[in-house]
Design a protein around this ligand. Structure first.
Ligand SMILES: [Zn+2]
Length: 136
């Protein structure tokens, strides 16, 4: 069993009020086992479902990040025997080339968009980089 704080009806929690549209103090009025089912806004008195103040912002982006990292790890693992090419603006790359970028680290070329633009998957996400640029 997990050691979560036991919430009961009558406990004060922070929920986003569906009427005030703000994270405010609410009193739990109904529980669904370990989950908060219904809360009452201490500001306007409206009863509504519990809306976690950080659920909207954090949950989706962190999920996406994990997926990108997993994808990146699988890709770099499968290409670990390949030579890592130091990234330069003038370099010419092809798909599945493993590059070493001075800021983003190890990346794998996912797609050659145009001769001068490549799509590279880094640990933190996919980025568009320049390639084959002739320095003047
Ligand atoms: Zn309210």
């Amino acid at each position: 069993m997990t050691t979560t704080i036991s919430l009961t009806t009558g406990t004060e929690v922070i929920s986003v009020c569906t009427k005030c549209k703000l994270p405010l103090a609410h009193i739990i009025v109904a529980m669904d086992e370990a989950k908060i089912k219904k809360v009452r806004c201490s500001t306007c008195g409206k009863e509504h479902r519990f809306v976690s103040p950080d659920a909207k912002k954090r949950a989706p982006s962190s999920k996406v990040k994990v997926r990108v990292e997993e994808q990146w790890k699988q890709l770099t693992d499968s290409l670990s025997s390949k030579r890592k090419i130091p990234y330069t603006l003038s370099g010419l790359y092809k798909e599945k080339d493993v590059i070493d970028h001075h800021v983003f680290g190890i990346g794998v070329v996912n797609q050659v968009v145009t001769r001068e633009t490549i799509r590279v998957l880094f640990k933190e996400g996919e980025k568009l980089l320049a390639s084959a640029r002739v320095s003047l």
